[in-house]
Design a protein around this ligand. Sequence first.
Ligand code: HEC
Length: 133
Amino acid sequence: MLKKLKTPTTYGRTSRPIVVLSMTVVAIALTACTKKQAQELSPDDEEETVTAANVSYINFAKALFETKCSSCHAPGRGASAKWTFSGYSSVKDNSTRINNAVLVTKSMPIGGSLTVKEIELLDAWIKRNTPEN
Ligand code: HEC
């Protein structure tokens, strides 16, 4: 009798930290998703007219690298050893190589292409010394 009562009590005590940990992980995951969606839905990004005169990393280049390059160049992806796209400085520090690969030799993006407008804006952005904002 005593033995039967003791078993569930011990089980309850040991499993509690695991339950708390799981709930924390779920909470963090939910918070991360909400923040990301809020950023993506920000109306500022879509309403601003981007021109060669105001083109920046935030209003143009970031999205370009995310949509056209990160499938191969994000950390851990197939071509990340050649160049890893991991935010503003990863682009700024490699702007000469990026300029060469995309605009001069046009060897990038492999299997894809940039529109005339995208080429124009990327070129203007690099010529303006890759401003972040
Ligand atoms: C489908 C996969 C893929 C996509 C998409 C892609 N790349 Fe690449 N990239 C590669 C591979 C593979 C290499 C290595 C090629 C080689 O060494 O000949 C490479 C090499 C590079 C290099 C290094 C060139 C050097 O200096 O040796 C740069 C810079 C680069 N890519 C930029 C970009 C940019 C910018 C984009 C988006 C506009 C892009 N890539 C899209 C696969 C890709």
